[in-house]
Ligand binder design. Structure first.
Ligand SMILES: [Cu+2]
Length: 189
């Protein structure tokens, strides 16, 4: 065996390890990029804003979320009530991507409670509530009750999907790299 052949074999062996490492690295990076897609969306704003005061009950309340919500039948629920529990909604909520608009009707004074439940872009139901005040009335005692049928506690498997994603993509990348390197590498005669 010539020194050239030995040199070539060593070079190829090193190249195989480099390609495998690169495949692993790419897999991990892809997983890191994909991971945020598994996270819950969250409410990032509303009109009227939570805790704000407005002169009169607006024609609608708009909620803005961090991701595009899933429009599944019956999954989107918005309850808007005054301090005495009177329903202030004027029709069904309208979902448009990251925006959820709930028409309102009637008049109100004092604290208005908005209870919402939507399906996050990752398929998980999320829910919360906030209040705003109409006029300058003193805010009365909180009367909000949980939505009927709303999950009290959602088991979150987000971490599991992230781990699975990292493992699958990482192993896949490494496997492809090894196969490519093997196909290109020297054969035993
Ligand atoms: Cu989630």
């Amino acid at each position: 065996m010539s020194s050239y052949a030995i040199h070539t074999r060593r070079a190829r062996s090193r190249r195989t390890r480099l390609i495998a490492a690169a495949g692993l690295l790419i897999g991990v990076l892809l997983s890191a990029v994909a991971a945020p897609a598994f996270a819950h969306d969250e409410l990032i704003g509303s009109t009227p804003a939570a805790g704000s005061a407005v002169d009169a009950l607006p024609a609608e309340v708009t909620l803005t979320f961090s991701g595009v919500l899933l429009d599944e039948p019956g999954a989107t629920v918005v309850e808007v009530t005054d301090a005495s529990g009177t329903d202030l909604t004027g029709g069904d909520p309208v979902l448009d991507g990251t925006h959820l608009t709930q028409p309102l009707t009637g008049t109100a004074s004092g604290e208005v409670t908005v209870i919402w439940r939507v399906v996050s872009s990752d398929g998980h139901p999320i829910s919360d509530e906030f209040t705003f005040t109409v006029g300058s009335a003193v805010a009365p005692v909180e009367t909000a009750t949980p939505l009927p049928g709303a999950p009290m506690q959602t088991v979150d498997f987000t971490w599991l999907w992230i781990v699975i994603g990292v493992v699958v993509v990482g192993l896949g990348g490494a496997l492809v790299a090894v196969l490519v390197a093997r196909a290109r590498g020297p054969r035993e005669d």
